[in-house]
Write a protein that binds this ligand. Structure first.
Ligand code: GRF
Length: 200
């Protein structure tokens, strides 16, 4: 299984995936390319330092549809079968989601369906929840709406601010994303409606 990763920035989730692969947790699956829409995204450096093909694809001056078309072409060139969004700060068009030939995964810093979209940790603090967390889900045409693959809860502390809460959520993301990729790459699951059920 050839895994592609889309990123826009820091790339700490990409790093967690690269580390899991290096530790042999992905079996035959390997991260075959990383594409970023930001030229100096640290994610690109992280990929290159592991010898993974890393490409910058500029979205400026292109419509979403034409960008996504080019993106599909690049992923096809690399024979990518599973796509992971890791801090990719652009919405994928419905046409992209329909045409990409395999599963697309995303990691989100809340327990979906609570707090989709941007600034999820701030949303959780503002709402006053006692528990939030991290979610890996399959990507469909909506925003953070696809079937859930893995979740981990994070308890909100009385003295949490956005920074402290985000840091603990990020640590949870780094645990569940590799586990989710492993599950999807091995194909040991089935979808029962929205419910993703791991085979025993
Ligand atoms: C993560 O919190 C992820 O959930 C969100 O964007 C952030 C990316 O962080 N989609 P990184 O680039 O993986 O460090």
């Amino acid at each position: 299984m050839r895994v592609g990763v889309l990123a826009s920035g820091r790339g700490s989730n990409l790093q967690a995936l690269l580390d899991a692969e290096a530790a042999g947790q992905f079996g035959d699956a390997r991260i075959a390319c990383v594409i970023a829409n930001v030229v100096d995204a640290p994610a690109l450096t992280r990929a290159r330092s592991r010898g993974v093909a890393a490409e910058f694809l500029d979205h400026r001056g292109r419509s979403r549809e034409s960008y996504d078309q080019v993106l599909l072409g690049r992923l096809s060139e690399h024979h990518i079968e599973i796509l992971c969004l890791a801090g990719y700060m652009r919405l994928l068009s419905a046409a992209f989601v329909a045409r990409f030939p395999g599963p697309i995964l995303n990691v989100h810093p809340s327990l979906l369906p609570a707090f989709p979209g941007l600034n999820a940790a701030k949303q959780a603090l503002d709402y006053g929840v006692a528990v939030t967390g991290a979610t890996v889900h399959l990507v469909d045409a909506g925003i953070d709406t696809g079937p859930i693959v893995q979740q981990e809860a994070v308890v909100v502390a009385a003295d949490d601010d956005v920074e402290s809460l985000s840091a603990r959520i990020l640590a949870a993301e780094h645990r569940i994303y590799p586990a989710a990729v492993r599950l999807i790459a091995t194909g040991q699951y089935r979808l029962d409606g929205r419910r993703l059920v791991a085979n025993r």
